[in-house]
Ligand binder design. Structure first.
Ligand code: FES
Length: 174
């Protein structure tokens, strides 16, 4: 298991280095930091300290500068994201239709707060602004799928179903 992880990380680092080398060939390459961090997050899932150090070294920019950019934009994740990333919409339409109840139910069920990930790396929880599906309020996005007309029971059912699916997948992989 550890070998695989190590191999993957090595692979991610290599791909990121190749990407950065390409960027460095362009003019004003230092203005492409955000593009590089996007790529890093796409490859690694989040911006780990190791990844930021690697970008710093390759771009010859202090890690503190990279850290500043990464923390400024909410888009960048500084901790690992679970297999299922749940974003509960807290926009007005969803809020008035009971989004906080849905959010509280998720927190209780998964025993995590906003911005956290469950220990088994299965679920992460975020808050979102209007995601443009107000007609289905209250809504949540799980990875790139929208779930609408939620209520506490429905979200617990969805979570349980995703858990089952993940367990099934693991069985197939083994
Ligand atoms: S307010 Fe939630 S989708 Fe618009």
């Amino acid at each position: 298991m550890h070998t695989t992880l190590h191999h993957n990380q090595q692979e991610i680092n290599n791909q990121l280095k190749i990407f950065i080398d390409e960027i460095k060939k362009r003019e004003r390459s230092d203005s492409h930091l955000i593009t590089i961090l996007h790529k890093a997050q796409e490859l690694n899932g989040y911006l780990s300290k190791e990844i930021m150090d690697l970008v710093a070294e390759e771009m010859q920019i202090p890690t503190s500068v990279i850290w500043g950019v990464a923390t400024f934009y909410h888009y960048f994740k500084l901790s690992p994201i679970g297999k299922y990333n749940i974003s509960v919409c807290m926009g007005t339409a969803c809020y008035v239709k009971g989004a906080s109840e849905v959010l509280e139910t998720i927190k209780e069920t998964l025993e995590i707060e906003i911005g956290e990930t469950t220990e088994d790396m299965m679920f992460s929880l975020q808050e979102a602004r209007c995601i443009g599906a107000c007609g289905l309020a209250p809504v949540a996005m799980i990875n790139d799928k929208i779930y609408g007309e939620l209520n506490p029971k429905k979200i617990v059912d969805i979570i349980n179903k995703l858990k089952e699916e993940a367990l099934e997948e693991e069985k197939i992989v083994q």
